[in-house]
Ligand binder design. Sequence first.
Ligand code: NOJ
Length: 747
Amino acid sequence: MPNHYFSRLLLLFSCTILFASSVMSQGTTPSGISPANKARIDALMKSMTLDEKIGQLSLFTSDWDVTGPSLNGNYKKLIREGKVGAIFNAYTVDYVRNLQKIAVEESRLKIPLLFGYDVIHGHRTIFPIPLGEACSWNLAAIEHAERIAATEATAEGINWTFAPMVDIARDPRWGRVAEGAGEDTWLGCKIAAARVKGFQGNDYTTNNTLIACVKHFAAYGAAMAGRDYNTVDMSLLSLYEWYLPPYKAAVDAGVGSVMTSFNEIGGVPSTGNKWLLTDLLRNEWHFNGFVVTDYTSINEMLNHGIAGTIKDAARLALNAGVDMDMQGSTYLNSLDSLLKEKNITFSRIDDAVRVILEAKMKLGLFDDPFRYCSRERQEKDIMTPEALASARKMVSESCVLLKNEKNTLPIPASAKKIAVIGPLGDSKKDMLGNWSAAGNWEKCVTLLEGLKAKAGTGVEIFYEKGCNVNDDDRTGFDAALKLATKADFVILALGENGWMSGEASSRAHIDLPGVQNDLAEAVVKTGKPVAAVLFNGRPLAITRLSAAAPAILETWFGGTQAGNGISDVLFGDFNPSGKLTMTFPRTEGQIPVFYNAKNTGRPYQSSDPGAKYVSRYLDCPNDPLYPFGFGLSYTTFTYSGISAVVSGNKVTITAQVKNAGNRDGEEVVQLYVQDKVGSITRPVKELKGFQKVMIKKGESKSIMFNITTDDLAFYHPDLKKSWEPGEFVAYIGTSSAETLSAPFYIK
Ligand code: NOJ
């Protein structure tokens, strides 16, 4: 039988199996693959050449969007040749359809492509940056935001997002803190799981869910000195206790893929780290999806100095457990000869191919490669009124009121002339923040627009820029001050440009850039009521502003609905309830400063501030400017009557929270625990629970937390987790720094 005839027959046979069992594929879930679908994949793999298998392990960027250096040349030709498994940075139905058509009509085996994209905080409807969303402490709303993002992204051809980013970060100089949930591991785990659920739903067979990709595995957030891509070096205990759990939480929530990080840990880059990717992720955590590198991170192992050639780097990566090479072409160019030289095995390639085909199968791409390419959905599922309303609410929920002397905010009804002053008052582009996917900055509502849209009749809103974000030009000061003197109320719109946080955006100085502090101080000197509204992607060291401005509202970068959601807060229609999930330092010299630190052998005591031989600075207090968990409301909550009752392995901790102010409000009631004496030292406080509760003015609520001894467990030097009997302290409060306490003992 001629060869080509035989291969056509085989192809026909595999296609028949693929088609015949498509009916049986209904009802698959993110966690598993049915026996029928496994048989389809087995048959397909039998028909694949080595080159086609290696092709499945290769991911390339299209030229639709750019998120890093482009190396690849003609990706369409490669798709045609069956040398591409997935494409990223491609969206819109027609664009994706065209590429998918090449794969399923022109390549020999017609294997559909995955389409990935950085859908980080919304796709078209852009929500606040993830750090901002985390400050809402509203897990349901965060999950819902990702549901909307998935709905929009899948309506434009995308079936895989490079999110959630769950890197714990204690250094605000690192620009990528904007993409994560902040400094706390416990909260980070909850948010990681919520985001995965939001993206993936419970069922991949619907066409509005996509595969999530937890990143950057692992510990990318601990880059030394907060400089992006820098080395990570830490004890295994810290890695287990603080950095790994959120990735694990995403795996436990069924995340379909994992992205390796750029950094090394303990001398081995993550991308070549077998212990991390195979022993821990696959064997201990039972991760059953696929592992993708970050952008050219196999190639970068040459710079790290752990591989002398690209081929060697590819060997390290594949053997470590990397299934897919993002943008590096290293697998494409090296696996063939590595196999011949017996430096890698067929079975390792097959394992990698299988998990990628399984992902495509779970998404239903073998049944309908164009299921994410519906023009009708693209028309109707994008930026719906519901999506915009959710985004607006999320903006308000993400806002954190940092200061509000003499109830400066909300803007009083008596203010008829409102001046907006500052470089971020009317800047559409900056509202999106970084990683704004397919968000269109022209559709963003600025603060000025939001205020104008909301202001009642008879209220006039004026704007002066005053200065730029990041230079020393003061020529706009005069006009700004003139406007301030005419106004009844001044809103200062200050902060960073949207591009000053995110990837490759570390800053050594994290105060307000440029001459913004000078502008703010000059405006405050006019004696007018002033509220500063901050736009930024990281905690800032705003000690000067904090001393000057009577009120400060942190709003992050709010996305499409920024101006509307912030105006809801400023005018008092939404009572702010956000709480910081990352500490604001007084100065860069305190970094890293985070709430769950250790006590040290010579702790500083506020009762003896001048003490010499204690752990403190000579020139700066130890405590931060604004601590983790902090955030004010337009009302006041008072806490009383904490108790901690132990019964067997359960502890019930209760406190009364009263809304003592004169408007209804939501409060994030926080539970912390301290393990007083352990076989290894424990932090001064660890978050163990929270409840976000609405309390009407004048009302009291009894807030009860139930924890068990499992919640008190921590990692020991053998890297096993267990709790130890003894004395504990429970804390309930409005922030990590303002709590009531009650001791408890467990035998
Ligand atoms: C590099 C970033 O580190 C990663 O987070 C992102 O997903 C990829 N580029 C793709 O854009």
